[in-house]
Write a protein that binds this ligand. Structure first.
Ligand SMILES: [Fe+2]
Ligand SMILES: [Fe+2]
Length: 355
């Protein structure tokens, strides 16, 4: 894994190092980094922050929790299922083999999207590994993944990920009313997935002030991606679920890489970083388990669930089958799909196993 390493010998060294990162970041990504960590990092004794690439010394709070004369707090309408640490650590990178023509088309579409995202965020893993073998210093200069680059990647990924569930849920809702038929419980899981993805996005946006380019990308994601999803889901919902399953495989891979880089000491700015309050509230993160690493574990676990849900939905009869993730089973002792991580199935449940 290649990333920029920052020495933390003191305020001067860290300021210089942060400036170097800022310089390389600006030249490689062409974006304005505004990584907000002041709320988490104590200022150094000289009055300077140890790590901050924010242009302004004043940190702007985005989307502050609404309070009115009468309302104190508005908790999440969908409460998050509890994950144990063991379950989150057990999440692994996985790939479902593309067997049918529609599976292959979905995989190709995700590979194309991954290429676009890689280009936008300077994430060239294979090329970086190859160059690293020949010239490690050149590889570090050219392909180093920094906290800011990862954060941009996460924002792009999450802004895209929050769309399909909402579009699919809306279309199934309209279909149910139009045809006067029951939906068999799919809508809620799909809407909850898009809600969960939006929470991921909001958490990252709490930590990274979006620049104009990023705002444009989020807007483009909605304008193009949302319309594409709408028509694609009308034509082939099964293929869209497979596509989302493959997209979620990428998400698990990306967050696994970030956790590995963090553990390897390649992302020093994240080592002491604490999860923002919105994340602590949503995942009910226990005291002492609210670090950036913990946050990445929670998010990766969510992505693994989306991967399982969408690969499973892609295996089912779209019109007749019940949603296996909210169903009650005749034999509850037998492993079956659940909302949490009790019985993980990274490549999805086959129809004959559950219906
Ligand atoms: Fe996500
Ligand atoms: Fe996801």
């Amino acid at each position: 894994m290649i990333s920029t390493k920052v020495a933390t010998r003191g305020p001067t060294a860290s300021t210089r190092a942060a400036a170097q990162i800022l310089k390389s970041y600006r030249s490689s990504a062409g974006l304005r980094p505004t990584f907000i960590i002041a709320q988490h990092v104590q200022p150094a004794r000289t009055g300077q922050r140890s790590f901050s690439s924010s242009d302004s010394p004043k940190v702007k709070e985005f989307f502050v929790q609404k309070q009115t004369d009468k309302v104190r707090k508005t908790p999440a309408a969908w409460s998050h299922p509890a994950y144990t640490e063991e379950q989150m650590n057990a999440v692994t990178v996985a790939h479902r083999e593309a067997k049918t023509f529609s599976d292959k088309a979905a995989l190709l579409a995700v590979k194309f999207m991954r290429w676009g995202l890689d280009t936008a965020t300077g994430y060239r893993h294979e090329k970086a590994v190859a160059l690293n073998e020949k010239d490690p210093e050149a590889a570090r200069r050219k392909y180093a993944m920094t906290e800011e680059k990862y954060m941009i990647r996460n924002v792009f990924l999450e802004s895209i990920a929050g769309v399909p569930g909402m579009v699919a849920g809306m279309l199934r809702h309209l279909h149910s009313m139009r045809r006067m038929k029951r939906d068999n419980g799919w809508i809620e899981t799909l809407l909850e997935e898009s809600y969960n993805e939006r929470m991921h996005l909001l958490v990252f946006l709490k930590m990274q002030r979006p620049g104009r380019f990023m705002r444009f990308m989020v807007l483009a994601a909605q304008g193009v991606w949302c319309n594409f999803m709408f028509f694609a889901y009308l034509v082939s919902p099964r293929m869209v679920h497979r596509l989302v399953g493959y997209l979620e495989e990428e998400a698990v891979y990306t967050y696994t890489r970030q956790i590995k880089d963090l553990d390897a000491g390649l992302l020093p700015k994240w080592e002491k970083l604490q999860a923002p309050e919105i994340a602590v509230d949503y995942w009910k993160m226990p005291e002492g388990h609210r670090s950036m690493r913990d946050l990445l574990l929670y998010i990766r676990a969510d992505e693994s669930k989306h991967r399982e849900v969408n690969h499973t939905f892609g295996n089912l009869d779209q019109k007749e089958d019940p949603n296996p993730f909210v169903s009650e089973y005749r034999d509850p002792e037998k492993p079956h799909p659940t909302k949490g991580l009790a019985y993980p199935k990274p490549t999805g449940w086959e129809r004959h196993e559950i219906i």
